[in-house]
Design a protein around this ligand. Structure first.
Ligand SMILES: [Zn+2]
Length: 282
């Protein structure tokens, strides 16, 4: 029996205020895909370990410079529990990349199969790995499935199809630069494609200007500046050629996040605070 698929958007973390963005708050925009009683996550946000021992697992520099909101109730584990979803129901996690604000929560879902690009795992395993990777995120217990290059194309971009339950149509779209194996995650909902662009851009109002200035945060965090700019160009082309066919958002643009939730009448379903999330303050 083919079960109904429903898709919800939630933020599993908050950062800011950061001066580069008019909203000042940054979301950690993740996707919850419900198929019967199974749950697939696209990115996990920070996990409970970072929130309970932030100085140990994130470090005071990152906490201060990124304004990471430390509250365990923001984690996917707690927010899904508030929604009545148990950790064991999360069977698959698709990752844009392995930075702590996207993959930190892996350890809260030890039974899930984790899908990511082969290049991202290889970069993580390099002796001089990226500073925002943390060794505890990916353990020998983590059930990893990696995907390398294929001949597949998606709207003119290289793509890697994911074998997810119930024929859910989803693909990794390589968008390197922020990290070496960074990917967007494309999925189809009721015939409509959506692309979670991860950290390939940070602010749609700035990054898609004709001559984007380069935001301090994206430059500070980039693994390869040429690849980052090339990936941004690919997304700009995608928006201009296929904007009516593909909806797009990134992880940290809070205005986009509120547009996907409140703006579409699909309020974040796991607001454990019993009130709306912080509003944009311009
Ligand atoms: Zn990020």
């Amino acid at each position: 029996m083919v079960e109904r698929i429903s898709i919800e958007h939630a933020t599993f973390g908050l950062l800011g205020p950061l001066s580069h963005t008019p909203t000042r708050t940054m979301s950690v925009h993740c996707v919850i895909i419900l198929i019967g009683d199974r749950v697939i996550l696209v990115d996990t946000g920070f996990g409970t370990r970072e929130m309970l021992e932030p100085n140990r697992y994130l470090g005071s520099d990152a906490l201060l410079s990124l304004g990471i909101v430390v509250d365990v109730r923001l984690t996917a584990l707690h927010r899904l529990a508030a929604r009545g979803i148990r950790a064991e129901q999360v069977t698959d996690i698709v990752l844009t990349h392995l930075d702590a604000d996207h993959a930190g929560g892996l350890h809260d879902f030890p039974g899930a199969t984790v899908h990511l690009s082969a290049e991202e795992l290889a970069a993580y395993d390099e002796p001089q790995s990226r500073g925002s990777y943390h060794p505890y995120q990916v353990s020998r217990q983590t059930n990893l499935t990696t995907y390398g290059p294929t001949d597949e194309q998606w709207f003119g971009l290289p793509a890697r199809s994911l074998p997810l339950p119930q024929g859910l149509d989803a693909k990794l779209i390589p968008l390197p630069g922020h990290s070496k194996g960074h990917c967007g995650v494309a999925y189809r909902e009721n015939g409509q494609w959506t692309l979670h662009a991860g950290d390939a851009y940070f602010d749609a109002r700035v990054n898609f200007l004709d001559t984007p200035p380069g935001l301090p945060l994206e430059i500070a965090m980039q693994a390869d500046p040429c690849e980052r700019v090339a990936s941004l160009s690919k997304l700009r082309e995608l928006r201009s050629r296929y904007g009516s066919e593909i909806a797009m958002f990134c992880a940290h643009d809070h205005q986009e996040y509120t547009g996907w939730t409140e703006g579409r009448g699909r309020t974040d379903p796991v607001d454990v605070f019993g009130r709306n999330l912080p509003q944009s303050s311009t």
